[in-house]
Design a protein around this ligand. Sequence first.
Ligand code: EPZ
Length: 421
Amino acid sequence: MKEKIFIEGGKRLSGSIPISGAKNSCLTLMPLSLLTERALTLKNVPTLSDVETMKALLESLGCVVKYKKSEKILNLKMSAKPLFLADYEIVKKMRASILVLGPLLARFGQAMVALPGGCAIGARPVNLHLMALEALGARFSIENGYVKGKVAGSLKGCKIKFPFESVGATANTIMAAVVAKGTTELVNAAKEPEIIDLCTCLKSMGCHIEGDGEHTIVIEGVDSLKETVHNVVMDRIELGTYMIAGAITDGDIKLTGGNVALLENFIEKLYEIGIKIDQCKDYLRVKRVKSSSVKSTNIITEPFPGFPTDLQAQMMALLSIANGVSKIEEQIFENRFMHVPELIRMGANIEIEGRTAIISGVNELRGAPVKATDLRASVSLVLAGLVANGHTIIDKIHHIDRGYEDIIQKLKSCGAAIKRI
Ligand code: EPZ
Protein backbone atom coordinates (compact mmCIF):
# COMPACT_ATOMS: atom_id res chain seq x y z
CA MET A 1 0.00 0.00 0.00
CA LYS A 2 1.37 3.44 -0.84
CA GLU A 3 2.56 5.06 2.38
CA LYS A 4 2.07 8.75 1.60
CA ILE A 5 -0.81 11.11 0.93
CA PHE A 6 -0.38 14.14 -1.37
CA ILE A 7 -2.77 17.08 -0.97
CA GLU A 8 -2.99 20.32 -2.94
CA GLY A 9 -4.69 22.70 -0.50
CA GLY A 10 -7.23 25.46 -1.09
CA LYS A 11 -10.21 23.56 -2.50
CA ARG A 12 -13.56 24.27 -0.86
CA LEU A 13 -15.32 20.93 -0.20
CA SER A 14 -18.80 20.58 -1.60
CA GLY A 15 -20.80 17.38 -1.94
CA SER A 16 -21.95 14.44 0.14
CA ILE A 17 -20.01 11.97 2.34
CA PRO A 18 -21.51 8.75 3.78
CA ILE A 19 -20.57 8.03 7.41
CA SER A 20 -19.41 4.47 8.11
CA GLY A 21 -19.95 2.16 11.08
CA ALA A 22 -17.93 2.92 14.23
CA LYS A 23 -14.44 1.41 14.43
CA ASN A 24 -14.46 1.54 18.23
CA SER A 25 -17.82 -0.18 18.36
CA CYS A 26 -16.71 -2.99 16.01
CA LEU A 27 -13.58 -3.62 18.09
CA THR A 28 -15.76 -4.01 21.18
CA LEU A 29 -18.50 -6.08 19.51
CA MET A 30 -16.32 -8.62 17.68
CA PRO A 31 -14.99 -10.31 20.88
CA LEU A 32 -18.62 -11.17 21.78
CA SER A 33 -18.20 -14.10 19.39
CA LEU A 34 -16.00 -15.74 22.06
CA LEU A 35 -18.89 -15.76 24.52
CA THR A 36 -21.11 -18.18 22.60
CA GLU A 37 -21.03 -21.06 20.13
CA ARG A 38 -23.89 -19.33 18.28
CA ALA A 39 -23.35 -17.12 15.20
CA LEU A 40 -22.84 -13.38 15.59
CA THR A 41 -23.56 -11.23 12.52
CA LEU A 42 -22.47 -7.58 12.47
CA LYS A 43 -23.74 -5.20 9.78
CA ASN A 44 -22.43 -1.76 8.75
CA VAL A 45 -18.85 -2.94 9.46
CA PRO A 46 -16.28 -0.59 7.85
CA THR A 47 -13.25 -1.84 5.89
CA LEU A 48 -10.45 -0.84 8.28
CA SER A 49 -7.10 -2.36 9.18
CA ASP A 50 -8.05 -2.40 12.87
CA VAL A 51 -11.09 -4.57 12.06
CA GLU A 52 -8.77 -6.80 10.01
CA THR A 53 -6.43 -7.09 13.02
CA MET A 54 -9.25 -8.02 15.40
CA LYS A 55 -10.44 -10.60 12.82
CA ALA A 56 -6.95 -12.15 12.74
CA LEU A 57 -6.80 -12.20 16.55
CA LEU A 58 -10.18 -13.93 16.86
CA GLU A 59 -9.19 -16.45 14.17
CA SER A 60 -6.05 -17.22 16.19
CA LEU A 61 -8.38 -18.04 19.11
CA GLY A 62 -10.42 -20.52 17.07
CA CYS A 63 -13.16 -18.25 15.74
CA VAL A 64 -14.34 -18.50 12.13
CA VAL A 65 -14.67 -14.93 10.82
CA LYS A 66 -15.93 -14.00 7.35
CA TYR A 67 -16.13 -10.40 6.05
CA LYS A 68 -18.28 -9.63 3.00
CA LYS A 69 -16.69 -6.29 2.05
CA SER A 70 -19.29 -5.29 -0.56
CA GLU A 71 -22.12 -5.77 1.94
CA LYS A 72 -20.09 -4.62 4.98
CA ILE A 73 -21.25 -7.72 6.85
CA LEU A 74 -19.05 -9.64 9.31
CA ASN A 75 -20.01 -13.20 10.27
CA LEU A 76 -18.36 -14.64 13.37
CA LYS A 77 -18.73 -18.13 14.89
CA MET A 78 -16.55 -19.69 17.57
CA SER A 79 -15.33 -23.20 16.73
CA ALA A 80 -15.56 -26.04 19.23
CA LYS A 81 -11.80 -26.00 19.78
CA PRO A 82 -10.97 -22.66 21.46
CA LEU A 83 -7.42 -21.44 21.93
CA PHE A 84 -6.48 -19.08 24.71
CA LEU A 85 -3.32 -17.31 23.61
CA ALA A 86 -3.56 -13.76 22.21
CA ASP A 87 -0.10 -13.49 20.72
CA TYR A 88 2.10 -10.39 21.12
CA GLU A 89 2.69 -10.21 17.34
CA ILE A 90 -1.01 -9.37 16.88
CA VAL A 91 -1.65 -7.53 20.17
CA LYS A 92 1.24 -5.10 19.64
CA LYS A 93 -0.52 -3.82 16.51
CA MET A 94 -3.70 -2.91 18.31
CA ARG A 95 -4.33 -2.22 21.99
CA ALA A 96 -8.01 -3.09 21.70
CA SER A 97 -6.83 -6.74 21.62
CA ILE A 98 -7.10 -6.65 25.42
CA LEU A 99 -10.89 -6.82 24.87
CA VAL A 100 -10.67 -10.59 24.33
CA LEU A 101 -9.58 -11.07 27.95
CA GLY A 102 -13.00 -10.71 29.59
CA PRO A 103 -14.88 -12.99 27.15
CA LEU A 104 -12.18 -15.72 27.22
CA LEU A 105 -12.17 -15.81 31.03
CA ALA A 106 -15.96 -15.70 31.23
CA ARG A 107 -16.53 -18.59 28.80
CA PHE A 108 -13.45 -20.77 29.16
CA GLY A 109 -12.01 -19.82 32.55
CA GLN A 110 -8.57 -19.16 31.12
CA ALA A 111 -6.70 -16.67 28.93
CA MET A 112 -3.20 -15.57 28.08
CA VAL A 113 -3.17 -12.11 26.47
CA ALA A 114 -0.05 -10.15 25.61
CA LEU A 115 0.12 -6.88 27.50
CA PRO A 116 -0.71 -4.27 24.82
CA GLY A 117 2.12 -1.99 25.85
CA GLY A 118 2.04 1.74 25.31
CA CYS A 119 1.32 3.61 22.13
CA ALA A 120 2.05 7.07 20.71
CA ILE A 121 -0.59 8.77 22.87
CA GLY A 122 0.28 7.30 26.24
CA ALA A 123 1.20 4.40 28.53
CA ARG A 124 -2.34 3.02 28.27
CA PRO A 125 -2.25 0.73 31.36
CA VAL A 126 -4.88 -2.02 31.79
CA ASN A 127 -4.97 -2.03 35.61
CA LEU A 128 -8.70 -1.20 35.70
CA HIS A 129 -9.48 -4.11 33.38
CA LEU A 130 -7.61 -6.49 35.73
CA MET A 131 -9.07 -4.92 38.91
CA ALA A 132 -12.64 -5.41 37.69
CA LEU A 133 -12.13 -8.94 36.33
CA GLU A 134 -10.40 -9.92 39.60
CA ALA A 135 -13.42 -8.63 41.52
CA LEU A 136 -15.53 -11.03 39.44
CA GLY A 137 -13.26 -13.90 40.47
CA ALA A 138 -10.44 -14.05 37.92
CA ARG A 139 -6.85 -14.43 39.14
CA PHE A 140 -3.95 -12.96 37.14
CA SER A 141 -0.20 -13.31 36.89
CA ILE A 142 2.07 -11.30 34.61
CA GLU A 143 4.57 -13.57 32.84
CA ASN A 144 7.01 -12.52 30.09
CA GLY A 145 4.85 -9.60 29.02
CA TYR A 146 1.65 -11.63 29.05
CA VAL A 147 -1.37 -11.38 31.32
CA LYS A 148 -2.22 -14.94 32.34
CA GLY A 149 -5.74 -15.27 33.74
CA LYS A 150 -7.57 -18.15 35.38
CA VAL A 151 -11.00 -18.63 36.92
CA ALA A 152 -11.61 -21.37 39.48
CA GLY A 153 -15.23 -22.40 38.83
CA SER A 154 -17.22 -19.55 37.33
CA LEU A 155 -17.19 -15.75 37.60
CA LYS A 156 -19.48 -14.32 40.28
CA GLY A 157 -21.33 -11.02 40.01
CA CYS A 158 -20.46 -8.23 42.48
CA LYS A 159 -20.36 -4.43 42.87
CA ILE A 160 -17.41 -2.80 41.09
CA LYS A 161 -16.54 0.89 41.41
CA PHE A 162 -14.22 2.39 38.78
CA PRO A 163 -12.06 5.28 40.09
CA PHE A 164 -12.67 7.04 36.75
CA GLU A 165 -14.37 6.20 33.44
CA SER A 166 -12.55 3.77 31.18
CA VAL A 167 -14.24 2.70 27.92
CA GLY A 168 -12.18 -0.45 27.52
CA ALA A 169 -12.35 -1.54 31.15
CA THR A 170 -16.13 -0.98 31.16
CA ALA A 171 -16.51 -3.05 27.97
CA ASN A 172 -14.26 -5.89 29.18
CA THR A 173 -16.14 -6.09 32.47
CA ILE A 174 -19.58 -6.04 30.83
CA MET A 175 -18.54 -8.88 28.50
CA ALA A 176 -17.51 -10.97 31.52
CA ALA A 177 -20.39 -10.03 33.83
CA VAL A 178 -23.14 -10.99 31.34
CA VAL A 179 -22.40 -14.71 31.91
CA ALA A 180 -21.22 -14.44 35.54
CA LYS A 181 -23.36 -15.97 38.28
CA GLY A 182 -25.66 -13.39 39.87
CA THR A 183 -25.79 -9.59 39.72
CA THR A 184 -22.97 -7.19 38.82
CA GLU A 185 -23.17 -3.44 39.46
CA LEU A 186 -20.68 -1.24 37.58
CA VAL A 187 -20.35 2.18 39.24
CA ASN A 188 -18.68 5.04 37.31
CA ALA A 189 -19.10 3.11 34.06
CA ALA A 190 -18.12 4.74 30.75
CA LYS A 191 -21.17 6.27 28.98
CA GLU A 192 -19.80 6.34 25.41
CA PRO A 193 -22.24 5.46 22.57
CA GLU A 194 -19.99 2.47 21.82
CA ILE A 195 -20.79 1.07 25.28
CA ILE A 196 -24.51 1.55 24.60
CA ASP A 197 -24.05 -0.18 21.23
CA LEU A 198 -22.31 -3.12 22.95
CA CYS A 199 -25.15 -3.44 25.47
CA THR A 200 -27.80 -3.17 22.73
CA CYS A 201 -26.16 -6.11 20.96
CA LEU A 202 -25.86 -8.10 24.21
CA LYS A 203 -29.54 -7.50 25.02
CA SER A 204 -30.44 -8.88 21.60
CA MET A 205 -28.35 -11.94 22.55
CA GLY A 206 -30.58 -12.44 25.61
CA CYS A 207 -28.56 -10.57 28.27
CA HIS A 208 -30.15 -8.61 31.13
CA ILE A 209 -28.53 -5.17 31.29
CA GLU A 210 -29.87 -1.90 32.71
CA GLY A 211 -28.36 1.58 32.94
CA ASP A 212 -26.05 1.42 29.92
CA GLY A 213 -25.11 4.99 29.01
CA GLU A 214 -25.57 6.06 32.63
CA HIS A 215 -23.30 6.27 35.70
CA THR A 216 -24.24 2.80 37.00
CA ILE A 217 -24.87 -0.32 34.92
CA VAL A 218 -26.60 -3.35 36.48
CA ILE A 219 -26.15 -6.78 34.86
CA GLU A 220 -27.93 -10.06 35.70
CA GLY A 221 -25.79 -12.99 34.50
CA VAL A 222 -27.34 -15.50 32.07
CA ASP A 223 -26.24 -19.06 31.26
CA SER A 224 -25.77 -18.63 27.52
CA LEU A 225 -26.13 -16.12 24.68
CA LYS A 226 -28.34 -16.41 21.61
CA GLU A 227 -27.30 -15.76 18.04
CA THR A 228 -28.06 -12.28 16.76
CA VAL A 229 -27.70 -9.82 13.88
CA HIS A 230 -26.58 -6.35 15.01
CA ASN A 231 -26.21 -3.09 13.10
CA VAL A 232 -23.06 -1.26 14.21
CA VAL A 233 -23.70 2.33 15.32
CA MET A 234 -22.32 5.06 13.04
CA ASP A 235 -18.84 6.42 13.73
CA ARG A 236 -19.26 9.72 15.60
CA ILE A 237 -15.51 10.43 15.40
CA GLU A 238 -15.49 9.99 11.63
CA LEU A 239 -18.60 12.22 11.51
CA GLY A 240 -16.90 14.95 13.58
CA THR A 241 -13.77 14.68 11.46
CA TYR A 242 -15.69 15.37 8.22
CA MET A 243 -17.63 18.19 9.89
CA ILE A 244 -14.25 19.83 10.44
CA ALA A 245 -13.22 19.06 6.85
CA GLY A 246 -16.24 21.08 5.66
CA ALA A 247 -15.57 23.86 8.16
CA ILE A 248 -11.82 24.19 7.58
CA THR A 249 -12.21 24.50 3.80
CA ASP A 250 -15.15 26.95 4.16
CA GLY A 251 -17.13 24.42 2.16
CA ASP A 252 -20.70 23.18 2.16
CA ILE A 253 -20.97 19.42 2.66
CA LYS A 254 -23.69 16.90 3.48
CA LEU A 255 -22.94 13.97 5.78
CA THR A 256 -25.33 11.04 5.33
CA GLY A 257 -25.97 8.51 8.10
CA GLY A 258 -24.86 11.01 10.76
CA ASN A 259 -26.61 11.46 14.12
CA VAL A 260 -26.17 14.77 15.98
CA ALA A 261 -27.25 13.18 19.27
CA LEU A 262 -23.88 11.43 19.57
CA LEU A 263 -21.88 14.67 19.24
CA GLU A 264 -23.91 17.30 21.12
CA ASN A 265 -21.01 18.91 23.02
CA PHE A 266 -18.79 18.91 19.93
CA ILE A 267 -21.52 20.48 17.75
CA GLU A 268 -22.13 23.17 20.39
CA LYS A 269 -18.43 24.02 20.22
CA LEU A 270 -18.53 24.20 16.42
CA TYR A 271 -21.51 26.58 16.61
CA GLU A 272 -19.65 28.72 19.16
CA ILE A 273 -16.78 29.23 16.66
CA GLY A 274 -19.10 29.97 13.73
CA ILE A 275 -19.84 26.59 12.15
CA LYS A 276 -23.47 25.64 11.60
CA ILE A 277 -24.62 22.00 11.55
CA ASP A 278 -28.16 21.58 10.19
CA GLN A 279 -29.93 18.27 10.79
CA CYS A 280 -31.88 17.80 7.53
CA LYS A 281 -34.10 14.84 6.62
CA ASP A 282 -31.47 12.16 6.12
CA TYR A 283 -28.22 14.09 6.24
CA LEU A 284 -26.36 16.74 8.27
CA ARG A 285 -25.25 19.92 6.47
CA VAL A 286 -22.03 21.69 7.51
CA LYS A 287 -21.42 25.38 6.68
CA ARG A 288 -19.64 28.33 8.18
CA VAL A 289 -22.13 30.95 9.50
CA LYS A 290 -20.02 33.71 7.98
CA SER A 291 -17.69 32.69 5.23
CA SER A 292 -15.07 35.05 6.55
CA SER A 293 -13.93 33.54 9.76
CA VAL A 294 -13.71 30.96 12.45
CA LYS A 295 -13.69 32.20 16.04
CA SER A 296 -11.32 30.96 18.78
CA THR A 297 -12.54 28.99 21.80
CA ASN A 298 -11.32 26.91 24.77
CA ILE A 299 -11.74 23.14 24.98
CA ILE A 300 -11.23 20.49 27.65
CA THR A 301 -11.44 16.84 26.56
CA GLU A 302 -13.63 14.70 28.84
CA PRO A 303 -15.34 11.31 28.93
CA PHE A 304 -18.69 11.19 27.10
CA PRO A 305 -20.78 13.35 26.90
CA GLY A 306 -17.88 15.86 27.15
CA PHE A 307 -15.69 16.94 24.24
CA PRO A 308 -14.23 13.70 22.75
CA THR A 309 -10.47 13.26 23.02
CA ASP A 310 -10.62 11.50 19.63
CA LEU A 311 -11.62 14.84 18.02
CA GLN A 312 -8.99 16.95 19.80
CA ALA A 313 -6.32 16.80 17.08
CA GLN A 314 -8.85 17.55 14.35
CA MET A 315 -10.25 20.55 16.23
CA MET A 316 -6.72 21.85 16.76
CA ALA A 317 -6.17 21.93 12.99
CA LEU A 318 -9.31 24.06 12.62
CA LEU A 319 -8.42 26.40 15.49
CA SER A 320 -4.97 26.90 13.95
CA ILE A 321 -6.63 29.24 11.42
CA ALA A 322 -9.22 30.78 13.82
CA ASN A 323 -9.27 34.49 14.76
CA GLY A 324 -7.68 34.78 18.18
CA VAL A 325 -6.11 32.50 20.77
CA SER A 326 -7.64 29.12 21.71
CA LYS A 327 -6.71 26.67 24.43
CA ILE A 328 -7.12 22.89 24.33
CA GLU A 329 -6.61 20.90 27.52
CA GLU A 330 -6.14 17.16 26.88
CA GLN A 331 -7.33 15.50 30.09
CA ILE A 332 -7.71 11.89 28.92
CA PHE A 333 -4.29 10.94 27.53
CA GLU A 334 -0.89 12.15 28.72
CA ASN A 335 0.75 12.46 25.33
CA ARG A 336 -1.83 13.29 22.72
CA PHE A 337 -0.14 16.34 21.18
CA MET A 338 2.07 14.50 18.66
CA HIS A 339 0.33 16.40 15.85
CA VAL A 340 1.50 19.77 17.26
CA PRO A 341 5.09 19.78 15.90
CA GLU A 342 3.75 18.71 12.50
CA LEU A 343 1.10 21.46 12.45
CA ILE A 344 3.82 23.94 13.43
CA ARG A 345 5.80 22.80 10.38
CA MET A 346 2.76 23.91 8.35
CA GLY A 347 2.87 27.38 9.90
CA ALA A 348 0.57 26.92 12.90
CA ASN A 349 1.43 28.93 16.03
CA ILE A 350 1.01 26.52 18.95
CA GLU A 351 2.68 26.33 22.35
CA ILE A 352 2.35 23.46 24.80
CA GLU A 353 2.20 24.03 28.56
CA GLY A 354 1.81 20.66 30.30
CA ARG A 355 -1.47 19.19 29.11
CA THR A 356 -2.64 22.43 27.52
CA ALA A 357 -1.99 23.57 23.96
CA ILE A 358 -2.28 27.32 23.30
CA ILE A 359 -3.17 27.94 19.67
CA SER A 360 -2.75 31.47 18.25
CA GLY A 361 -4.70 31.52 14.99
CA VAL A 362 -2.75 32.40 11.82
CA ASN A 363 -4.07 33.71 8.50
CA GLU A 364 -2.93 30.72 6.54
CA LEU A 365 -1.16 27.39 6.80
CA ARG A 366 1.48 26.42 4.25
CA GLY A 367 1.82 22.99 2.68
CA ALA A 368 4.83 20.97 3.89
CA PRO A 369 6.14 17.41 4.16
CA VAL A 370 4.85 16.05 7.51
CA LYS A 371 4.55 12.68 9.21
CA ALA A 372 1.69 10.89 10.90
CA THR A 373 2.25 9.44 14.39
CA ASP A 374 -1.14 8.07 15.40
CA LEU A 375 -4.61 7.68 13.97
CA ARG A 376 -6.21 10.99 14.94
CA ALA A 377 -3.00 13.01 14.56
CA SER A 378 -2.70 11.76 10.97
CA VAL A 379 -6.19 12.90 10.05
CA SER A 380 -5.58 16.33 11.63
CA LEU A 381 -2.68 16.72 9.17
CA VAL A 382 -5.01 15.82 6.29
CA LEU A 383 -7.44 18.51 7.49
CA ALA A 384 -4.61 21.07 7.71
CA GLY A 385 -3.41 20.03 4.23
CA LEU A 386 -6.88 20.63 2.78
CA VAL A 387 -6.71 24.32 3.73
CA ALA A 388 -2.96 24.93 3.50
CA ASN A 389 -1.50 27.02 0.71
CA GLY A 390 0.43 24.67 -1.57
CA HIS A 391 1.25 20.98 -1.41
CA THR A 392 1.31 18.77 1.68
CA ILE A 393 2.80 15.27 1.71
CA ILE A 394 1.95 13.15 4.75
CA ASP A 395 4.18 10.15 5.45
CA LYS A 396 3.43 7.00 7.53
CA ILE A 397 -0.17 7.15 6.47
CA HIS A 398 -0.88 3.54 7.49
CA HIS A 399 -2.15 5.07 10.73
CA ILE A 400 -5.09 6.61 8.89
CA ASP A 401 -6.13 3.28 7.34
CA ARG A 402 -6.77 2.01 10.86
CA GLY A 403 -9.78 4.23 11.36
CA TYR A 404 -10.97 6.05 8.22
CA GLU A 405 -12.67 3.93 5.59
CA ASP A 406 -12.12 5.19 2.00
CA ILE A 407 -10.96 8.62 3.23
CA ILE A 408 -9.23 9.53 -0.07
CA GLN A 409 -12.34 8.66 -2.09
CA LYS A 410 -14.70 10.40 0.34
CA LEU A 411 -12.71 13.66 0.24
CA LYS A 412 -12.05 13.47 -3.52
CA SER A 413 -15.79 13.11 -4.14
CA CYS A 414 -16.22 16.54 -2.53
CA GLY A 415 -13.55 18.20 -4.67
CA ALA A 416 -10.40 17.74 -2.58
CA ALA A 417 -7.15 17.45 -4.58
CA ILE A 418 -5.88 14.43 -2.66
CA LYS A 419 -4.22 11.16 -3.65
CA ARG A 420 -1.98 8.38 -2.35
CA ILE A 421 1.56 8.42 -3.73
C1 EPZ B 1 -11.05 3.86 23.93
O1 EPZ B 1 -9.74 3.55 24.33
C2 EPZ B 1 -10.95 4.15 22.43
N1 EPZ B 1 -10.48 2.97 21.73
C3 EPZ B 1 -9.99 5.32 22.20
O2 EPZ B 1 -9.99 5.61 20.81
C4 EPZ B 1 -10.52 6.54 22.95
O3 EPZ B 1 -9.62 7.61 22.80
C5 EPZ B 1 -10.67 6.20 24.44
O4 EPZ B 1 -11.53 5.04 24.59
C6 EPZ B 1 -11.27 7.35 25.24
O5 EPZ B 1 -12.51 7.69 24.71
C7 EPZ B 1 -11.36 1.95 21.49
O6 EPZ B 1 -12.53 2.04 21.83
C8 EPZ B 1 -10.82 0.76 20.77
P1 EPZ B 1 -9.96 4.41 28.20
P2 EPZ B 1 -9.48 2.93 25.82
O7 EPZ B 1 -9.78 3.11 28.91
O8 EPZ B 1 -10.63 2.08 26.19
C9 EPZ B 1 -6.57 5.31 31.39
C10 EPZ B 1 -9.06 6.08 18.72
O9 EPZ B 1 -8.40 7.05 18.31
N2 EPZ B 1 -6.69 3.90 31.79
O10 EPZ B 1 -11.30 5.09 28.26
O11 EPZ B 1 -8.12 2.38 25.86
C11 EPZ B 1 -6.04 5.47 29.97
O12 EPZ B 1 -4.62 5.40 29.96
C12 EPZ B 1 -8.77 5.47 20.07
O13 EPZ B 1 -10.01 5.55 18.10
C13 EPZ B 1 -6.00 3.45 32.91
O14 EPZ B 1 -5.28 4.21 33.55
O15 EPZ B 1 -9.53 4.28 26.68
C14 EPZ B 1 -6.55 6.84 29.59
O16 EPZ B 1 -5.68 7.83 30.14
C15 EPZ B 1 -7.57 6.15 20.75
N3 EPZ B 1 -6.12 2.15 33.28
C16 EPZ B 1 -7.90 6.91 30.31
O17 EPZ B 1 -7.87 5.90 31.33
C17 EPZ B 1 -6.92 1.27 32.58
O18 EPZ B 1 -7.01 0.09 32.98
C18 EPZ B 1 -9.10 6.62 29.40
O19 EPZ B 1 -8.81 5.41 28.71
C19 EPZ B 1 -7.62 1.76 31.45
C20 EPZ B 1 -7.50 3.07 31.07
